[in-house]
Design a protein around this ligand. Structure first.
Ligand code: NAP
Ligand code: MG
Length: 487
């Protein structure tokens, strides 16, 4: 495939006000191909002056430009055009996504890039479907409420599924009349830069979307979070950085929405369809090498089927093919960076030290080159162990035993996170009881689920606040204004 030979010969630039600009900071960093450890591109680091330029351009686009004054359905048409262009360029975007993040090509091409287009198109529909209200006040007055855009939003996103994350931020923000400065993660910024060209092709007015590559702390990310000229930060990333964002945003009391980390319980009752549960269990800890926030990596299996489930999951895991993400047989690509590889390797050691039983995997370096790690299953895990409590972000399953429904809920909820949960049972009453009892933003019953553009997604507890997707995203990117008229 040509993409494997793709090179970015010149350093990439910043996308500000519809143009490519060299960074005033004159600083650059590198992004690597995690499967080969080769440098893919030198990337601009937006400094304070570059962020100021983007803020000025976006503010102008919002206050004076055509975006907020546009007929809503026209705005929707332009956002939908972005969806069309993602689809038309899906092969290339998928190749770049695979090169930069290491995700298997099939996952990008048939999963996450089409999902980015879906989210964009679904979001576009909001442009002309948000209604105001009339308020039942004293009849001597006419009072109504308008739902208006928040204004200039910063979208700060992680590296795991960059274009999908970009669509989750840009689609609804734009459709609802906001403008945005998007900051991709430093580890995988390249699809967002290719997307910037599509922004121009779609005819989105200058300044409405600005894309600033850069680093996080004391760099582009924190300049955005602290900037007094920005009205809102929509952040997806770790809970740790989420807390920093909240602190940084306090200067001008920016609106903040947070999609943070997870460590989702995956509860298998003895009355479950075991074949179905096992089939769903594999992607639940190995998809994108375990680097997806909502994965159900923390298994709780009822004692009657514990031994059978554990043995069979371990056997299935041993057959997983790890390797070149462009190879169509590959199920597991590499982790994103050397640093992440070291973290995951540390957890593999820690699991054994904590007294869990290593059933399969544990090999932190199955290949000479690339940040690969073997998919790993630990059994006899106690819920208080660090491997069961901390977000590993690698292909590591922990399996803990439980007695009954009460015990499953108690242990499942015993975590700082609350992004999602999975449960497997044939008993319909139990399915709904447990779904209610689990403290998480999304519950998947008898399926390995993925977020859907039409269903709200977000966290309980330290997995964040605010909702993306579904109809509740409207609250995330709008504010209410009441108008009262004396009659
Ligand atoms: P991260 O380290 O929290 O970084 C996320 C983004 O924030 C990056 O663009 C990063 O820039 C930036 N950043 C870092 N420090 C910052 C600061 N002090 N101020 C402003 N911005 C800052 O997360 P990650 O390692 O990229 O992604 C993995 C995490 O994301 C996991 O915890 C995962 O669960 C979570 N995640 C959550 C969801 C969800 O929907 N809930 C979805 C996907 C991922 P740099 O990259 O340049 O440091
Ligand atoms: Mg990269």
């Amino acid at each position: 495939m040509d993409a494997k030979r793709r090179q970015w010969r010149e350093p990439t630039k910043l996308f500000i006000n519809g143009r490519w600009e060299a960074p005033k900071s004159e600083r650059f960093f590198e992004t690597l191909n995690p499967a080969t450890e080769e440098v893919l591109a030198r990337v601009s680091e937006a400094g304070a002056a570059d962020v100021d330029d983007a803020v000025r351009a976006a503010r102008k686009a919002f206050e004076e430009g055509p975006w907020s004054k546009m007929v809503p359905k026209e705005r929707g048409r332009l956002v939908a055009k972005l969806a069309d262009l993602i689809e038309q360029n899906a092969d290339e975007l998928s190749e770049i996504e695979t090169l930069d993040t290491g995700m298997p090509y099939g996952m990008a091409r048939y999963g996450l890039i089409p999902t980015a287009a879906d989210i964009m198109r679904h979001s576009a529909g909001w442009a002309d479907k948000v209604y105001g209200e009339t308020n039942p006040v004293d009849p001597a007055f006419f009072s109504y409420s308008l739902r208006e855009p928040v204004g200039l939003c910063a979208g700060i996103i992680p590296w795991n599924v960059p274009l999908t994350m970009a669509a989750m931020k840009l689609g609804p923000a734009l459709a609802l009349g906001n403008v945005m400065i998007l900051k991709p993660a430093e580890q995988a910024p390249l699809t967002c830069l290719r997307f910037a060209e599509l922004v121009r092709e779609a005819g989105i007015p200058d300044g409405v979307i600005n894309i600033l590559t850069g680093l996080g702390p004391n760099s582009t990310g924190s300049f955005l979070a602290n900037h007094p000229g920005i009205d809102k930060v929509a952040f997806t990333g770790s809970s740790e950085v989420g807390k920093e964002i909240v602190k940084s945003s306090s200067g001008n009391l920016k609106r903040v929405s947070l999609e943070l980390g997870g460590k989702s319980p995956n509860i298998v009752f003895s009355d479950a369809d075991i074949e179905q549960a096992l089939a769903g269990a594999i992607p639940a800890f190995t998809a994108h090498c375990g680097q997806i926030c909502f994965l159900g990596t923390r298994f709780f299996v009822q004692q009657e089927i514990y031994d059978e489930f554990t043995a069979r999951l371990s056997e299935m895991t041993s057959g997983i093919k790890v390797g070149d993400p462009f190879d169509k047989d590959t199920q597991l690509g590499p982790l994103i960076t050397r640093e992440q590889h070291e973290r995951v390797a540390g957890y593999l050691k820690l699991g054994v030290q904590e007294g869990a039983k290593l059933r399969v995997g544990g090999d932190a370096k199955p290949k000479d080159r690339g940040y690969f790690v073997a998919p790993t299953v630990f059994s006899e895990v106690k819920n208080e162990m660090r491997i069961a409590q901390e977000e590993i972000f690698g292909p590591v399953a922990t399996i803990t035993r439980f007695k009954d429904e009460h015990d499953a809920v108690l242990q499942g909820n015993d975590t700082a996170f609350g992004l999602a949960a999975n449960l497997w049972t044939r008993d319909a009453g139990r399915a709904h009881r447990v779904a209610r009892a689990l403290k998480a933003g999304t519950i998947w019953v008898n399926c390995f689920g993925f977020p859907d553009a039409a269903a709200s997604f977000g966290g309980y507890k330290q997995s964040g606040y605010g909702r993306e997707l579904g109809k509740h995203v409207v609250e995330t990117y709008t504010q209410l204004k009441t108008v009262c008229v004396k009659l």
